[in-house]
Design a protein around this ligand. Structure first.
Ligand code: GN1
Ligand code: MG
Length: 364
């Protein structure tokens, strides 16, 4: 892949630059991400070049339009001083003013400014958790008056857990990869929780919880921290910004952050749910977002963690049954390992729902 050639398509600060280095960033499961370094006069500048996975994101042009709208909207508010210390992603246009470049093989590329002096915590402390919660809560509040009708639903039903359950049933019926006999226990686990899958959808349909503009992929590594201040400063990975529920973002964040092990830990004995990290994240989130939330949303916070974890586990299981066509894997049973960590975590969360509810009530 000639990264230099692709970078040349974008209108960077200075068009007279020398290519220095490239490095693949391997964190995500969907897109291909590369960090590129250039020399511009005295300055070294870094960029993030991403090839969007168009098998997953079937409407990449609309996806970029969403990102353009949202980052412009957030930038205006930040410039007005709405959230000191926060920044947002910067998309570079191409020389002909597009937000993307399509290469000769049909590869769909975009270019972001690299967020300098940043990191994402690998073993988050309670302080990190509080700050991540505050950053995602702030992000939601900043988008509270964003005109949601301007957003394209680039993956319809992304967090529609009932639909995800049906996808799993289809995968079971098809047994495309011939793996059904390996996952009897996991299937029974999901089927025993079928009724949970429609709970938030029903509350939404009944008008008890509102649709908002949500991030939909609030893993801890989607918020960057500042190396100097250790504050959370930039919410990234805006690919799934769509109309959704605040509870999806809150629940998904704790699905990831609350897990004491990695998302693909093979030894499920290491997979536990951390109450201290839950408490810290929740405090930070509510400090920023409480005023925007309705009583029904507040009441469902603990349940949303369970639901998002169950949903993610079902998605990994579905992909395993389908023969790994969606998530990038690094070994043959990777999706099964991921599914098992999620289902173990669901059990852990179920055992702590009452404690979590009591904690949230104690904050009121
Ligand atoms: C995918 O690619 P990444 O890491 O941002 C997935 C999320 C899952 C996550 C599980 C578009 O996110 O929904 O929660 O993996 N993104 C998409 O780690 O499906
Ligand atoms: Mg993502």
């Amino acid at each position: 892949m000639d990264f230099q050639d692709i970078l040349q398509q974008f209108n960077l600060e200075d068009n007279d630059w020398q290519f220095i280095a490239q490095q693949e960033l391997l964190g995500g499961h969907i897109n291909n991400t590369y960090q590129l370094e250039t020399q511009q006069g005295e300055q070294v500048r870094r960029y993030v070049l991403q090839r969007i996975n168009v098998n997953v994101f079937k409407q990449p042009v609309q996806l970029m339009e969403n990102i353009r709208h949202v980052t412009n909207f957030v930038r205006v508010k930040l410039d007005e001083g709405a959230a000191p210390g926060q920044s947002t992603l910067t998309v570079y246009p191409t020389h002909d003013g597009q937000d993307y470049h399509i290469d000769a093989d049909g590869g769909f590329w975009r270019c972001y400014q690299y967020v300098e002096n940043s990191y994402s915590p690998q073993e988050p402390t309670e302080t990190d958790a509080y700050r991540a919660g505050h950053a995602f809560g702030t992000f939601m509040s900043l988008l509270n008056d964003f005109p949601a009708e301007q957003l394209h639903e680039t993956i319809p039903g992304f967090h529609n857990t009932a639909a995800r359950y049906e996808h799993l049933q289809q995968a079971i019926a098809n047994n495309a990869a011939g793996r059904l006999h390996e996952v009897t226990e996991e299937i029974a686990f999901a089927q025993a929780r079928k009724e949970d899958c429609s709970k938030l959808l029903d509350l939404c349909a009944a008008g008890e919880i509102p649709t908002r503009v949500t991030h939909n992929d609030t893993k801890l590594n989607n918020v960057l921290f500042d190396k100097t201040t250790q504050q959370a400063k930039c919410v990234i990975d805006l690919d799934t910004i769509m109309p959704g529920l605040a509870l999806y973002d809150y629940g998904d964040a704790l699905r990831f952050l609350g897990n004491t092990a990695r998302e693909d830990e093979r030894d499920i004995n290491n997979v536990q749910f951390s109450m201290p990290l839950f408490e810290a994240y929740t405090k930070g989130y509510l400090a920023a977002a409480r005023d925007a939330l309705t009583p029904a949303e507040l009441a469902m916070l603990p349940f949303s963690i369970k639901l998002m974890t169950l949903e993610c586990g079902m998605r990994f299981l579905t992909d395993y049954l389908n023969g790994d066509t969606y998530f990038r894997i690094h070994y043959p049973d990777h999706n099964l390992v991921r599914c098992r960590t999620q289902f173990k975590l669901v059990r852990e969360i179920e055992a702590r729902l009452g404690d979590m509810e009591a904690f949230i009530a104690s904050l009121a």
